[in-house]
Design a protein around this ligand. Structure first.
Ligand SMILES: Nc1ncnc2c1ncn2[C@@H]1O[C@H](COP(=O)(O)OP(=O)(O)OP(=O)(O)O)[C@@H](O)[C@H]1O
Length: 298
């Protein structure tokens, strides 16, 4: 089921184009990352999707319908750090937030449990670590038990422990069946918690799809010819395969090459073997998402 469908979305702030014809679909159960450097349009996309900003063009659909107050209640959002009262406890702050949102106050307990704040619920907010403060902010998005969470840079400003806590929480919430949309400029974050990613750069969509498929299409294979295989014959055979590109010599008489999406190293081995070419070694060299990201946004 489509949770969020964004079609041809554009946004201009005066002469600045923040988004250009952005189209993406978020399916139920996915953890969808919007990845891009500062100013690439992530917050603008989320703001329009949540009805906080007006688009210059294009459309947004939630749960297959036009945005409305009732489908908006099915989405918990964290766009900016909420203001909590320093002298009130975590629980009191959440009860107030539930009141403001017209969310069922009985969902406060569950939000505290899910964010691991149950044992600290009666402690004043002012004594919380940054990680706990952010978990409380996440707890406030869970009030009313929404099916979808939209989080803008949820680990910004946290130390490594706070980052780990928030990532762990996102993973647990996803395992509970929530659909989560996260904007982040951190590759590492997207790689660790997301199932899908859309890469944005200066308002343009550079790539979108399952995190794994984006990684796999960027893989290279390294081939070492068997001692009785001529390097020239191997090179000619590789050049003749339309789904093998960018063949480069490597150290020790090996070659590396890129494979088109959907082709595996086993396909390559079979194709070469069928031509009587034996390999002494064939290894897949996974490129990091970082290398892929830099290439997409260079
Ligand atoms: N209110 C505004 N007025 C003018 N320009 C804006 C406004 N908000 C955003 N922009 C511009 O729109 C572009 C996209 O900004 P946006 O905040 O959506 O990017 P982002 O990817 O979320 O980056 P960041 O993480 O830095 O917020 C940027 O060039 C930004 O300067």
């Amino acid at each position: 089921m489509a949770i969020l469908e964004v079609e041809n979305l554009s946004k201009a702030y005066g002469s600045t184009t923040a988004l250009r014809n952005l189209t993406l679909n978020v399916e139920a159960g996915s953890v969808y990352g919007l990845l891009g450097p500062n100013g690439s349009g992530k917050t603008t996309t989320l703001g329009i999707a949540l009805g906080v900003l007006r688009a210059s063009g294009g459309s947004v659909r939630w749960f297959g319908q036009e945005p409305s107050a009732s489908n908006r209640r099915r989405v918990g959002a964290l766009l900016e750090t909420p203001n909590f009262f320093p002298y009130l406890s975590a629980r009191q702050n959440l009860l107030l937030a539930a009141d403001v949102k017209h969310a069922d106050p009985s969902t406060v307990d569950r939000a505290l449990d899910l964010t691991g704040l149950g044992t600290r619920q009666h402690d004043a907010f002012k004594g919380f670590s940054l990680g706990m403060k952010q978990r409380l902010a996440l707890a406030s998005t869970l009030l009313g038990n929404p099916e979808v969470l939209v989080l803008d840079e949820p680990t910004n400003g946290l130390d490594p422990q706070g980052i780990a806590e928030v990532r762990d929480l996102v993973t647990r919430l996803a395992a509970e069946g929530k659909t989560i949309i996260i904007a982040s400029h951190l590759l590492d974050e997207i790689e660790k918690v997301c199932t899908h990613v859309a890469v944005l750069q200066r308002g343009d969509l550079r790539a979108a799809g399952p995190v794994h498929s984006i990684l796999v299409t960027a893989d290279r294979v390294v081939l070492r010819p068997a001692p009785d295989t001529s390097a020239t014959v191997l090179q000619q055979a590789l050049a003749a395969l339309p789904w093998v590109t960018d063949v480069r010599p490597e150290a020790g008489g090996a070659f590396s090459a890129a494979l088109a999406a959907g082709q595996s190293s086993a396909d390559l081995n079979r194709a070469l073997f069928a031509q009587g070419i034996a390999l002494a070694g064939l290894e897949v060299r996974h490129r990091s998402l970082e290398a892929q990201f830099l290439e997409l946004t260079k």
